[in-house]
Ligand binder design. Structure first.
Ligand code: PHE
Length: 332
C-alpha cells in the first residue's frame, strides 16, 4: 500500500492546473468521495492495526498535499480574475446627486446658522404629548381628528415639526436658538399641490426679552437671503394653539405673469410660513418659567419653497423616483 501511495503522490506532483475547470476536475479525480485519495482511505480502514500507524501518517500527508495543490490553484485562479478587472469602467458609473428637497433644506439651515441657529432633529413617530398636548391643543381640537392625523396604535406620525420644539425645550433651560427640519405626515388627499407627507423646517428662539420685533427681523433676513434682496413681506394675523399672537407671513411675488396671478390667486402675495410668540402654556408645559422667558417660533414647508424656487408644479414629482428629475440637480 505504501508503494501505491508513493505512486499516487508522483502522479499528483506531475499535474499542472491551469484554470478553474482543471482545478475542478483535479478535485473530482483525487479529492471527491470517489477520488483516488479517498479510495485509498477506504482501503486503509481494512488494514491490520500494526500497519495503520505508518500508512496512516503517509496517507494523511498525501491528502494534505493534494488539498493544498487544489486550493493554491483556486487562489491563483481568483487572482487571475482580478487582473481581468478593468478599473476604468468605474468612471462610467453615473454620479448621484442631492435630492432638491435636501438642497433647499441645507440652504435654509445654512441661512439660519448665520444668525446663530443650531440644528436639531426629532422622531417622525411621536406621542400625543409632543405633537399636541404640550403644544396647547385642546382635547377636542380638530387637528387631532382621524381625518388629519395618521395613528399608529397609541402613537401618531407627527403632523408638524413643532413637536421637536417641545422635545428640545424639555431638555434644559434657555437660551434655545434652533432650526429643526424634517418629514411630517397628514392624512390629506394627494394632488399636485398636497401630499400625505411633506417636509417642514421649524425655528425656535427662546430667551429673556425675545420680542415680536426679533421674529420679524429674523424672517426679513431669511427672505432677503432666500428669495433675493428687496423681496417684500407682510404679516397677517392668524391662529395656532401654540403661539400667541400668531401670524402668517407672505412674500410679494407680483402680478406680472400669468403664473404669478395663478399662484397668488390674483393677490400678488404668496403665503410662506406660520409663526408667532411661543404661548406661555407651551413654555410652562416644557418646564420653563413663562414670567422670565419669552420666545418666537415659525414653521414653513420645504416642499413648497422648493417648488417655488425651481418652478416645479407637481409635489408628487419629488417622489416619482424618476432619475430625470434628479439629473436636473447635478446628477449625470
Ligand atoms: N406647526 C405649524 C403648521 O404646521 C406651523 C407653525 C410653526 C406655526 C411654528 C407657528 C409657529 O402649520
Amino acid at each position: 500500500m505504501l508503494k501505491r501511495i508513493q505512486d499516487l503522490e508522483t502522479e499528483i506532483d506531475a499535474i499542472v492546473i491551469n484554470n478553474g475547470a482543471e482545478a475542478e476536475s483535479f478535485r473530482l479525480a483525487y479529492l471527491s468521495k470517489k477520488g483516488k485519495v479517498s479510495l485509498l482511505f477506504d482501503e486503509f480502514k481494512s488494514l491490520p492495526s500494526e500497519e495503520k500507524r505508518t500508512v496512516g501518517q503517509v496517507l494523511n500527508l498525501l491528502k494534505r498535499k493534494a488539498e493544498e495543490k487544489w486550493s493554491a490553484a483556486q487562489e491563483s485562479n481568483d487572482s487571475n480574475q482580478e487582473s481581468d478587472y478593468d478599473a476604468s469602467l468605474l468612471q462610467q458609473i453615473p454620479q448621484g446627486s442631492l435630492h432638491p428637497l435636501k438642497v433647499v433644506e441645507d440652504e435654509l439651515v445654512s441661512i439660519f446658522s448665520k444668525l446663530g441657529f443650531d440644528l436639531a432633529e426629532g422622531p417622525e413617530i411621536e406621542d400625543d404629548h409632543h405633537n399636541f398636548g404640550a403644544l396647547n391643543f385642546a382635547d377636542d381640537h380638530p387637528a387631532r381628528d382621524m381625518q388629519d392625523t395618521f395613528f399608529i396604535a397609541e402613537h401618531v406620525l407627527r403632523t408638524h415639526t413643532s413637536s421637536v420644539q417641545v422635545r428640545e425645550m424639555e431638555r434644559g433651560q434657555p437660551p434655545f436658538r434652533l432650526v429643526m427640519p424634517g418629514r411630517v405626515y397628514r392624512n390629506e388627499a394627494v394632488s399636485a399641490r398636497s401630499n400625505c407627507f411633506f417636509h417642514q423646517i421649524e425655528g425656535l428662539y427662546v430667551d429673556e426679552g425675545v420680542s415680536f420685533t426679533d421674529l420679524k427681523q429674523t424672517l426679513y433676513y431669511f427672505v432677503q437671503q432666500f428669495f433675493g434682496e428687496g423681496t417684500q413681506i407682510r404679516f397677517r394675523s392668524s391662529y395656532f394653539p401654540f403661539t400667541e399672537p400668531s401670524a402668517e407671513m407672505d412674500i410679494w411675488a407680483g402680478l406680472d405673469t400669468e403664473e404669478n396671478r395663478r399662484l397668488t390667486k390674483g393677490t400678488g402675495w404668496l403665503e410662506v410660513l406660520g409663526c408667532g410668540m411661543v404661548h406661555p402654556n407651551v413654555l410652562e408645559s416644557c418646564g420653563l418659567d413663562s414670567k422670565k422667558f419669552s420666545g418666537f417660533a415659525f414653521g414653513m414647508g420645504i416642499d413648497r419653497l422648493t417648488m417655488l424656487k425651481y418652478g416645479i408644479s407637481d409635489i408628487r414629482d419629488f417622489f416619482s423616483g424618476d432619475v430625470r428629475m434628479l439629473q436636473q440637480f447635478g446628477g449625470l
